[in-house]
Design a protein around this ligand. Structure first.
Ligand code: F6P
Length: 543
């Protein structure tokens, strides 16, 4: 029988090593090795990673790599690419890598090559996108489509919103894009407030086509559109398309299968922005840019699949996350893009990382006795610097940071970009090296203020540099984090591809909805807090 992770030789070795490592300061590590800033770097798929400001030595890396080997990471990667059903609790293959495989590739599920199907959907999406973008696709009243509203939530929203924002520079400016996700009616109301239904196209994006929020918003959208067309249901065909794996529910909603773009159960919601779920992205940036994004994803996939672990960027990043989560007690991980277009990237990563690895049992169902996913969070630089960076620099918690910067700006403006990048480098430097009491004193600081102005340093960070934010660069970046998450899950022996943790709340809400809507006082048998809250709400709404 395999020993528990914490009893495994690699884990134990790392634990012993980490005790000493925790007392080493990055100042000393840099002082001891003049080449460190160049040695602990890696270039892959056009991304430069500087991980020299991580609290590691050669020995740490050796032990982390041994942990990956012991976890069978190589076999896990091979199993994913081979289409094995590695999502064991849902008995599904995990093949988002097939979504970006080039035409002609061969990736099989149950002996069937799925790549031709992937490209058939991409081709249909492209033909549709061209028609909308060129104005050939007209609304029911003969107007050209000027507004696209994506209705979806979770993976059917966060990827599309993030990608739209990230690639806005490449988008058709004559089209407006809106994203509706929340079941809060305000989200829908504000999204369509200034829109003309006659020139609005809704994309109802839902893998299952049963999600409460999405279906509620989709019905409100249908009502809103039909009100404009005096209830003429034939208008739906020109103003609604669906992205889903559930053809039956789509046609029940009234969307013809001709207007449906499918995907497959081997695409997890949070791994779906490069499937038909990316239809809004393709409408915004056009098929050629979308395909360039897929090529970027694929380049990182190939790197992950084939590079030796010591030079494998997602593997190294994943292992570093494990190091801090389990051996430095880090509770969170900040992702700080210094690129305004990536403003929704941290929000996107929250679902990718935490819905994947926020798990408390192993694949075998045993309770883990180590921490799994940290909380991911972040904001684009430099805004965060004037907000929460204080805590990262001088607070009591260790927060590993990923800084993401680009060599060129898509909007070169005077000195802005140099200033932006100077801040990336300065923050990493300040976090790592800090400022000692002697340095503070040497500046003539009054003794009483010295402790307040000391920066302990030794705060770890990665710096990722890319040339410029292109569609391909975005694909590479997303794939990098996807595979880092995969690496973490392999070490933690957890299933990164199910999400049972979202179920309970959904079921309970379904029980409560009729109790809020009932005309007469319902009999309540919840706990006393929930009962009281329901009664109070009913009073508030005047029921
Ligand atoms: O929040 C749970 C979840 O199932 C996510 O995993 C998924 O991305 C989201 O809901 C939306 O699901 P669907 O695309 O089926 O509407």
């Amino acid at each position: 029988m395999t020993p528990p992770l914490t009893a495994s030789p690699a884990w134990q070795a790392l634990q012993a090593h980490a005790t000493a490592l925790r007392n080493q300061h990055l100042r000393d590590l840099f002082a001891a090795d003049a080449q460190r800033g160049e040695r602990y770097t890696l270039q892959a798929a056009g991304i430069y990673l500087d991980y020299s400001k991580q609290r590691i030595t050669d020995e740490t890396l050796r032990l982390l790599l041994a942990l990956a080997d012991e976890a069978g990471l190589r076999q896990r990667i091979d199993a994913m690419f081979a289409g094995e059903r590695i999502n064991t609790t849902e008995h599904r293959a995990v093949l988002h890598v097939a979504l970006r495989a080039p035409r002609g590739a061969d990736i099989r599920v149950d002996g069937v090559n799925v790549v031709p199907e992937v490209h058939a959907v991409l081709d249909r999406m492209a033909a549709f996108a061209e028609r909308v973008r060129s104005g050939a696709w007209l609304g029911h009243g003969g107007q050209r489509i000027r507004n696209v509203v994506n209705i979806g939530i979770g993976g059917s929203d966060l990827g599309p919103v993030m990608a739209y924002e990230a690639l806005r520079h490449y988008s058709a400016r004559e089209l407006q894009f809106r994203f509706v996700s929340n079941v809060d009616g305000t989200d829908f109301a504000e999204a369509v407030h200034d829109l003309d239904a006659g020139e609005t196209l809704f994309i109802v994006s839902s893998k299952t086509f049963t999600t409460l929020e999405t279906m509620t918003n989709a019905h409100s959208a249908r009502d809103w559109a039909l009100a404009h067309f005096s209830g003429d249901v034939s208008a739906v065909a020109k103003h609604f398309v669906a992205v889903s794996t559930n053809a039956e529910a789509v046609s029940k909603f009234g969307i013809a299968t001709d207007n449906m773009f499918g995907f497959w159960d081997w695409v997890g919601g949070r791994y779906s922005m490069d499937s038909a779920i990316g239809l809004s992205t393709m409408l915004a940036v056009g098929p050629a840019h979308f395909r360039a994004m897929l090529a970027g994803f694929h380049e990182m996939d190939e790197h992950f699949r084939s590079a030796p672990f010591a030079q494998n960027m997602p593997v190294l990043m994943g292992l570093l996350t494990v190091l801090y989560a389990d051996f430095f007690d880090a509770q969170t991980q900040a992702v700080l893009p210094y690129e305004q277009y990536l403003k929704r990237f941290p929000a996107y990563l929250q679902q990718l990382t935490m819905e994947s690895n926020g798990k408390h049992v192993t694949l075998a169902g045993a309770h883990v006795d180590y921490d799994t996913s940290p909380v991911y969070w972040g904001e684009p630089g430099t805004n965060g610097q004037h907000s929460f960076y204080q805590l990262i620099h001088q607070g009591t918690r260790l927060i590993p940071c990923d800084f993401i910067g680009f060599g060129k700006s898509l909007n070169p403006l005077g000195r802005h970009h140099d200033m932006l990048l100077a801040n990336v480098f300065a923050q990493g430097q300040a976090l790592a090296f800090g400022k000692t009491a002697d340095e503070v004193r040497a500046e003539g600081t009054p003794e009483v203020l010295v402790p307040h102005r000391v920066f302990e340093g030794n705060r770890p960070s990665n710096t990722l540099l890319l040339d410029v934010l292109t569609p391909a660069a975005l694909g590479k970046l997303v794939a990098l984090y996807e595979h880092s998450v995969f690496t973490q899950a392999a070490v933690w022996r957890i299933n990164a591809f199910d999400q049972w943790g979202v179920e309970l709340g959904k079921v309970l809400a379904q029980r409560i909805i009729p109790q809020l809507e009932a005309d007469s006082e319902p009999a309540l048998a919840h706990d006393s807090s929930t009962n009281a809250l329901i009664r109070r709400y009913r009073q508030m709404k005047g029921a």
